[in-house]
Design a protein. Structure first.
Length: 375
């Protein structure tokens, strides 16, 4: 039995989520095995069409994982070796990794101090003639202010490629995350709001040409077997994952609403505790609370995390080291103080358990333990 199952409040409860859709998934998997259509086939096509409809976008192309989705989206949008892609310093390292995998250069921007989303002013300052793409990250289930990046993108002829890995169902002024730029990559890692039973991802776009290029690149650069037009890669959504995703997609609106209810519950329970800064939604945003990240004093953060764990509460840090201060990206030449908002947040952020099936009693336990730890 894993640690998560022994916790009084796990960080995420995938078992409760799976129980709601188990019967449907088992029937779908049985059909896949009966047809032996494991790569591509009807199950994948049905999920791609359903997810595109749900987002109200022209194309969804299933791929192997969220990291591949971002790389394929960038490549299909014209990012090439030697180009530059601007992304926030406050993100998971995969956002930078995909740029490096292409042979392009990650150029970092800071984030706004309230929502920790990419700062359009910092993007403008970082942009230049080598900028080939801007990559806003819809962090923690929020939606980045993509519309405020449009002028910078036009100035340099750059694409806007959204990192929508944490934002299935989030929206900005009524439009869903993943539909706001030229293309987007999303992840269906099991813990996401829409999670598979393993690795999976998708590229989203309104452009038929971009979608076609993603399919070409993700299938070894081939449209016809053994005829290879360009160097590609092997990144395709498998049918078993498509079955799981289709079943969960039918529950996603409800599950996201339950996450919003849980976030409101935390806001009420934690609002009177000294030392805690609560997350808030930006104007125009409908958030889906993939992560509920509060901020606590940096000097107290690790001790508070340990006390939560000792009380049987799963908590985490997203993310402890900004991209520019990781060893992997020391070669970019940035240093401490270059992105002060991202650096300050990295020392303060503390992610609390949040998932559709969290109970009021579990949230009360989290709040009581936090209050005691910070008293």
């Amino acid at each position: 039995m894993g640690t998560e199952h022994r916790l009084r409040v796990p960080f995420v409860d995938l078992a409760a989520q799976h129980a709601e859709v188990d019967e449907e998934i088992q029937a779908g998997i049985k059909e896949v095995f009966a047809r032996t259509a494991f790569i591509g086939g009807a199950a994948v096509a049905e999920f791609e069409a359903a997810y595109a409809r749900w987002l109200d976008i022209g194309h969804c192309v299933g791929v192997g994982n969220g990291t591949d989705a971002l790389e394929l989206a960038l490549r299909a949008c014209g990012v090439e070796p030697g180009g530059e892609v601007i992304l926030p310093a406050n993100t998971f390292i995969a956002t930078a990794e995909v740029v490096s995998r292409i042979g392009a250069r990650p150029v970092l921007a800071d984030v706004d101090p309230q929502h920790l989303l990419i700062d359009p002013g910092s993007v403008l300052d970082a942009s230049g003639p080598n900028t080939q793409a801007l990559m806003p990250v819809h962090l923690f289930g929020q939606t980045a202010p993509v519309e405020k990046l449009a002028e910078t993108a036009r100035r340099w002829g750059a694409a806007i490629v959204e990192d929508a890995a944490q934002s299935q169902g989030a929206a900005r002024f009524g439009r869903k995350a993943g539909t706001l730029g030229d293309a987007a990559g999303t992840s269906f890692y099991p813990g996401k709001n829409l999670g598979a039973a393993g690795d999976a991802g998708a590229v989203l776009t309104a452009s038929s040409a971009i979608a076609e290029q993603v399919r070409l690149l993700g299938d070894h650069g081939s449209r016809v077997k053994y005829q290879h037009e360009v160097p590609g890669m092997n990144s395709r959504l498998d049918a078993v994952q498509a079955v799981v995703l289709s079943a969960k997609l039918r529950q996603l609106d409800l599950w996201n609403e339950q996450r919003r209810s849980a976030a409101a519950g935390y806001a009420g329970l934690l609002s009177g505790i000294d030392g805690i800064t609560l997350p808030t939604s930006a104007e125009g945003n409908t958030d889906v609370w993939h992560i509920y990240a509060i901020r606590v004093p940096a000097a107290e953060r690790n001790r508070v995390l340990e006390l939560l764990g000792a009380a049987g509460i799963g908590a985490a840090i997203h993310y402890p080291v900004p991209v520019h201060l990781t060893r992997a990206y020391a070669h970019l030449g940035y240093g401490p103080g270059d992105f002060p908002v991202s650096e300050e947040a990295a020392g303060q952020l503390l992610s609390l358990p949040i998932y559709p099936h969290i109970t009021r009693a579990q949230q009360e336990l989290v709040a009581e333990t936090l209050a005691g730890a910070l008293r």
